[in-house]
Ligand binder design. Structure first.
Ligand code: ADP
Ligand code: MG
Length: 374
């Protein structure tokens, strides 16, 4: 089973020369100096941060699991914190995913989120003198939103300016163009996340008819995979949902899925090797059917009701698939086919190159623009 480390990458993103230039040259005359434009997504599965790379060309992205484990220093008795992949693998018994539901639900989880976020900021030297744009989910939960706002405002970064924009708008930005074209267009975005399926129309950046359901989610796929694996192995193999998520992320593929093998250590000693033929694809196949169903029959009818003209204009444009589940190879074509059939008309779709990073990259582009015009 894999054990991913915090990933940090120098992305050679298709940053335009103009925005690369503005990134190295921001800040207004009155405030002096230049503030770093930063994009942040505090996601329920992973947190992603994007900022200009030190060389000035492209972006540096930091990606880590959104989880925290508390332990006691054996010498001083002090409470210490570990976050991300290390926390998940070393303290599976204690690790907390404080944004499991998408937002910090209560004071305790808000505190943990602050602790987590500040640890990430510290260990990666994210500059305080910065303009920060947060990509935030569309969830109708005032208390949770308020808690998230508190985490954001009390963090060490964003001394110049802090703004937030809908996650699916941010995620659509790198899919639609090399700059901020998405903010000038009319389109529908469908965000395939771990805890929610979200859909909205956007009209020059304005969010219309936001729709969300917690019934069709990446987490639900993980649970289904865990159940199917038990069935497929005649009860010999039980995996946890974290392992199921890893199977999904590494093997789900609508173009060319290959059966794969894994090994479990049995409690009494001994190893058991098994092969997964159908569990992963069965789960993602059902997921995609549910996505198409919610999109076509619930969201689109709501949009047609609320904004008939926008509905018509948006369906002539490609539907933008965002969120981590849009990473699955072949999902865009498969969505097009099933949605076209469901709606009885041709539906086109697109997704950003790295759907798991896209919301943060889009937020970073907005931050660069705000830093310039501030
Ligand atoms: N490469 C991948 N292949 C398949 N699923 C992925 C991949 N990367 C991330 N995911 C899934 O996407 C979901 C996370 O989506 P994301 O939009 O980042 O989440 P959220 O906003 O809900 O925190 C999780 O279910 C995760 O397992
Ligand atoms: Mg999300």
């Amino acid at each position: 089973m894999s054990n991913e480390a915090d990933a940090e990458a120098e992305e050679s993103q298709p940053e335009s020369e103009e925005s690369a230039e503005s990134a190295g040259n921001v800040g207004s005359a009155s405030s002096g100096g230049s503030a770093t434009p930063i994009g942040v997504k505090l996601g329920s599965t992973r947190t992603v941060i994007a900022l200009p790379s030190e060389t000035g060309a492209g972006l540096r992205t930091i990606q880590t699991l959104t989880c925290l484990a508390e332990y006691e220093d054996p010498l001083t008795g002090e409470t210490k914190y570990l976050y991300g992949e290390e926390a998940a693998t070393e303290y599976p018994d204690k690790v907390q995913y404080m944004l499991r539901s998408g937002l910090p639900e209560d004071e305790d989880r808000a505190e943990l989120t602050k602790q987590f976020f500040n640890s990430v900021i510290d260990s990666h030297d994210i500059p305080e003198d910065s303009v920060v744009v947060y990509a935030v989910p569309t969830i109708n939960n005032p208390a949770g939103i308020e808690n998230l706002r508190e985490v954001i405002e009390q963090s060490d970064i964003g001394n110049r300016l802090i703004e937030s924009y809908p996650e699916s708008l941010c995620g659509a930005i790198p899919a639609v163009g090399n700059e901020l074209e998405a903010v000038e267009e009319i389109f529908v975005a469908l965000n395939l996340g771990s805890t929610n399926l979200e859909a909205s129309a956007y009209r020059r950046g304005e969010q219309l008819s936001p729709f969300r359901t917690g019934a069709v989610t990446g987490n639900e796929v993980d649970r289904a995979i865990a159940n199917y694996v038990e069935e497929e192995t005649q009860g010999r193999v039980n995996i946890d949902t974290n392992t199921a998520r890893e199977y999904k992320e590494q093997h789900a593929d609508f173009d060319e899925f290959e059966p794969f093998t894994d090994i479990i250590q049995q409690p009494g000693g001994g190893r058991h090797e098994f092969t997964i033929e159908w569990s992963v694809m069965e789960a993602v196949d059902e997921y995609l059917d549910d996505v198409v169903e919610e999109f076509a029959n619930t969201f689109l009818s709501q949009l047609a009701n609320d904004h008939m003209k926008v509905y018509q204009l948006a369906l002539d444009q490609p539907i933008v698939l965002t969120g981590g589940m849009a990473c699955i190879p072949g999902i865009v074509e498969e969505f097009e086919e099933r949605a076209s059939e469901e709606l009885g008309r041709e539906i086109n779709a697109i997704a950003p190159d790295r759907a798991d990073l896209a919301a943060t990259i889009g937020a970073q582009r907005i931050a660069a623009q705000l830093a310039e015009t501030q």
